[in-house]
Design a binder for this molecule. Structure first.
Ligand code: NAP
Length: 272
């Protein structure tokens, strides 16, 4: 971040809670690196103030915001326009303020796709996704778009079924992992997230049937699930990759400039 001036443009994050967010560290580093006179700050918003917050973005000419839990669905009804992909996914994590009109996008799915495509092409790959919550929706959309064969396994099978039917993919309960193998195994559940560090959504025996193992959980960076995957000889990818890529795409939507991934990753990791 440059020294603030009368011309400094403001970007930010809305959600609740936001104080642990790594987004200010990575975006402010990218602004500084690219010599952009802008800053990124966090706004903790109460549930009944979401509309007022969006009106405030326009009134204060805040140029863009990220949206985090629990408002990724709620903001949709207050936007002037929504990108068709974000509409299909049903969640917005990035808003661009174009001359007072708020346009919603979803960059989470690209975060996952870019993280995986660094390691292998996704076309025709067999991918098992554990979890059927908010983040799984974007993942299923992105992987299906890339031509992967997807199976969703979830604790509540009814939720897996609902998501699977919508995207025309296979589904089942978590226990079905015992009988499955594939190219990529993804944890999109909350299991293993701080402070419950010593738990994994899958056993080493189940994990060892996959080549690449990806955990959306990024706090801690190396979850128990990823530790077991390493022990089983799988290639592992941590959730910070996805977080940084979704931020990188949001940054491009706001500024038209491509930030440095490694710099943003390092700043986010330092913050953790
Ligand atoms: N790396 C990134 O950029 C990124 C982006 C988005 C999210 N995330 C992370 O992804 C995780 C999920 O987020 P979300 O928004 O999808 O959450 P969510 O909508 O609340 O969904 C939570 C999922 O976790 C499952 N689950 C929770 N506790 C479980 C348990 N004890 N055993 C088995 N399954 C359990 C739920 O299963 P049921 O349906 O049975 O309840 C559901 O499928 C979070 O840790 C979040 O921080 C990371």
């Amino acid at each position: 971040m440059k020294e603030l001036s009368g011309k400094t443009k403001v970007y930010g994050l809305i959600g609740k809670p936001v104080e642990q967010s790594m987004s200010p560290a990575m975006h402010n580093a990218a602004f500084k690196d690219l010599g952009i006179d802008a800053c990124y700050v966090c706004f903790e918003i109460e549930n009944n103030n979401v509309k007022k917050a969006l009106d405030g973005i326009v009134a204060l000419d805040i140029k863009g915001v990220n949206v985090t839990s629990p408002y990724k669905q709620k903001v949709i009804k207050y936007l002037d326009k929504i990108d068709p992909v974000a509409k299909k996914i049903g969640a917005v994590n990035t808003i661009v303020n174009v001359k007072g009109k708020l346009i919603g996008y979803n960059t989470d799915w690209l975060g996952l796709v870019y993280s995986l495509e660094k390691h292998m092409s996704l076309s025709k790959k067999k991918i098992v996704i554990l979890g059927a919550g908010g983040s799984a929706r974007g993942i299923v959309y992105g992987l299906k778009k890339k031509g992967a064969e997807i199976i969703i396994l979830n604790r509540s099978v009814s939720k897996a079924r609902k998501l699977a039917k919508e995207f025309n993919v296979e589904y089942g309960g978590l226990e079905e992992l015992n009988n499955l193998s594939g190219d990529i195994l993804i944890n999109s559940t909350r299991v293993g997230m701080y402070p419950c560090l010593n738990v994994s959504i899958a056993t080493k025996k189940q994990i060892q049937n996959f080549s690449i193992v990806f955990d959306l959980v990024y706090n801690p960076i190396e979850t128990k699930f990823l530790k077991l995957a390493k022990e089983a000889g799988c290639k592992t990818i941590d959730g910070l990759n996805m977080l940084v890529y979704q931020g990188l795409v949001a940054f491009e939507l706001w500024t038209g400039k491509k930030p440095n991934f490694n710099l943003m990753y390092k700043k986010a990791k330092d913050k953790l």
